[in-house]
Design a protein around this ligand. Structure first.
Ligand code: SAM
Length: 270
């Protein structure tokens, strides 16, 4: 999979791709990331990328000409002819659709993604109309540039590609993951905790030492009873989701036992 980033701050990315899973994915040629300096697509002495907003108001706006030229130089198909099941040109924007794990899953099926990083007050709207097929936001807050958003999107997307994580199950069985077939087919059966989160948050993890500062690891995790461990993990995932992200429960894949457990947690104490 190939990512192209268009930015006025190419140096921003120098450390981001030099560590961990991203570094390995690049070294193993599972992904390619090219960073393009927007100023290389200007034609004036000052390499101007921004200008004042029409209509007045605060700040500056990224000009359309260098951005359109930069995207055109990458050889992606023009907006109307683009096959968006293979390639996508995305502008990072606080006004965009919210990027989520489902978006990462969708992007991970593409061959190529171009990410345009805004700055100042944003990008001239005609860039959207002419060359972008979607606007994405990484959350409900305003950042000073799209670079962090581009890095977030690349990281979340590339770890879903086959071969990037050592263990394929790692990305399936974490927060926001799908329930797997076992879990789906057994929806009214006993809780199947570790078999895909089914849209819940992940369960809590522990490693050695068995006791740290007076806090022992939950006993159930050390006794080797797999069914009890699965049940414990499922219940903790349900608890954590209820506590931190109750909105996720609306679309989570829940078994009858899950519902009984949640009902117990939310029932007012007598
Ligand atoms: N005037 C814009 C608004 O109110 O929506 C904010 C512009 S922001 C200061 C500059 C750039 O940061 C944006 O063009 C965009 O590329 C990026 N940006 C800001 N917030 C973002 C977010 N939540 N997600 C993705 N990109 C963001």
């Amino acid at each position: 999979m190939r990512f192209d980033i268009i930015t006025i701050f190419p140096d921003f990315f120098s450390g981001i791709f030099a560590n961990g899973v991203l570094k390995r994915a690049l070294a193993n040629r599972l992904i390619r990331v090219n960073v393009h300096d927007l100023r290389n697509f200007t034609h004036d002495k000052h390499r101007t990328v921004d200008d004042r907003p029409f209509g007045g108001g605060e700040g500056m706006v990224l000009k359309p000409e260098p951005l359109v030229e930069a995207v055109e130089s990458l050889g992606v198909a023009p907006g109307a002819e683009r096959n968006t099941s293979c390639e996508s040109v995305i502008v990072l924007s606080a006004q965009g659709a919210r990027f989520a794990q489902a978006t990462a899953r969708e992007l991970s099926t593409l061959e190529r993604v171009v990410l345009i990083c805004g700055r100042y007050e944003g990008v001239d709207e005609r860039v959207n109309e002419l060359i972008c097929d979607r606007e994405l936001s990484i959350g409900d807050y305003v950042l000073s540039g799209g670079e962090l958003g581009a890095a977030v999107i690349i990281d979340a997307t590339m770890r879903l590609l086959p071969g990037v994580l050592g263990n394929e199950a790692s990305s399936a069985f974490e927060s926001f993951g799908h329930a797997d077939e076992d879990y789906r087919n057994d929806i009214d059966g006993p809780p199947r905790s570790t078999h895909g989160s089914g849209g819940l948050l992940d369960y809590p993890h522990y490693t050695r030492p068995a006791e740290f500062r007076g806090l022992p690891v939950p006993e159930v995790l050390a006794n080797g009873d797999h069914a009890a461990i699965r049940k414990w993990r499922r219940e903790r995932a349900l608890e954590k989701t209820l506590r931190n992200r109750p909105d996720l429960l609306e679309n989570a894949e829940l078994s009858r036992e899950d519902r009984v457990f949640l009902d117990r947690l939310t029932r007012p104490k007598p």
